[in-house]
Ligand binder design. Sequence first.
Ligand SMILES: C=CC1=C(C)c2cc3[nH]c(cc4nc(cc5[nH]c(cc1n2)c(C)c5CCC(=O)O)C(CCC(=O)O)=C4C)c(C)c3C=C
Ligand code: FE2
Ligand code: FE2
Length: 350
Amino acid sequence: MHHTHSATSSWEPLQRRLASGKVGILLSNLGTPDGTDYRSVRRYLAEFLSDTRVIELPKLVWQPILQGVVLLRRPAVKGKDYARIWNHELDESPLKTVTRSQAAKLHAWASEMFGEDRVAVDWGMRYGNPSIEDAVKRLTALGCDRLLMFPLYPQYSATTTATANDKLFDILRGMRNQPAARVVPSYFDEPAYIEALARSVRGTLAGLDEEPEVVVASFHGIPQRNVALGDPYYVQCQRTGELLRDALGLPATRFRISYQSRFGYADWLQPYTEATMRELARDGIRRIAVISPGFAADCIETIDEIGRENAHYFREAGGEAFTLIPCLNDSEDGMAVLRDRVLQETRGWL
Ligand SMILES: C=CC1=C(C)c2cc3[nH]c(cc4nc(cc5[nH]c(cc1n2)c(C)c5CCC(=O)O)C(CCC(=O)O)=C4C)c(C)c3C=C
Ligand SMILES: [Fe+2]
Ligand SMILES: [Fe+2]
C-alpha cells in the first residue's frame, strides 16, 4: 500500500485528538528550599526575592542589596530554622509534605466524585520544586484540556496569588495548544473556610487543661505601601479575623489580629505579631493560643516563627502557656475547604 506523503495525512493522528474535557486541578503553594544547606536555601531565596511581585524595587536598586547583604547571611540563618522543622523521613520541608498530601487526597475524592477519566490533580510550587511548569506538563500529557489553577492562599495578595497566576500564564504563553484555564479566587470569607478554622480552634482548645484567655490570629504581613497601592490583602485578612471571632463567639477583648514575618525596614502591616506577644504578656495575659488562618499548610512561618520564636517572646515577657494551633493542612476540615472550592469553581466543567 502506498502512503500519500502529503502534510495533511500525517496530521491525522493529531487531528483526531479532539477536546477531551478532562479537567486538571493544579494546587499551588509558595515553595520551599530543596535542602537546609547554604546553597539550597540561597538558591530558593534568590529566586523568591528576585520576584518583582514580591520586592517592588527597581532591579538596579534591589539586586545589589539582595546579592550582597541578604544572600550572604540569610541562607545560613534560615537554613538552621529549616533544619529544626525538616521532615527527615522524606528529606523535605513540611510545606511539600502537606501540599503533596492535599493533592493526593483531593485526587482520591475527585476520581470518586467525577470519574477517573474526567479529572486529574497535581501540585506545583511558585518557587523551587516541584515547579508549576512540570505540573502543567504532566496534566496536559494526561489529556487535560482544562486547567483549574488553585493558589492555596485564602487571602489574595499580589505578592502570592498574582505571582502564582502570572507563572501559570507565562507557561501557557509558550504552548501552541493551550488548555483553557480558570483560577480559583481568594476564599477569605467562605463559610466552609471560616467554619473549618473555628472547628480547628475549638478542637485544639478542647484538649487543653486551662482555656487560653486570648486567641491571636496571626497573618503573614506585607508592606503597608502595597495596600496603599491597592492590594486587597489587608481588608481580606481583617475580614477573615472578624468572621472567625464571630464564629467562635469571642468578645473583642479575647481575640486579636496581628501580622508576622516582617522583612526589611519599611513599615509592614500592623500590629506586629512580635509586639502583640510582648504586649499581651505585659498586660497580664498568661495563656494564649495562636492560629495562622492565612496559611493553608504549616511551614517555617508557622512552626518555627510562631511556634518557637513568638512563643519565646510571649514567655520572655511573662506569659506562661502558649498553644500553637496547627494549620488546616490535609485534615478532614482542611480538605472540606478545598473540595468546596473545587466544586464551586469547576461548575460547567464537571
Ligand atoms: C500566606 C501568605 C504570604 C504572604 C502574603 C507573603 C508575603 C511575603 N513574604 C516575604 C518574604 C518571605 N516569606 C518567606 C516564607 C514564606 N512566606 C509564605 C507566605 C506568604 N508570604 C510562606 C507559606 C512561606 C514559607 C515557606 C517555607 O518554606 O516553609 C520567606 C522565607 C523564609 C525566610 O527567609 O524568612 C521570605 C524571605 C515577603 C518579602 C512578602 C511580601 C512582600
Ligand atoms: Fe512570605
Ligand atoms: Fe519569617
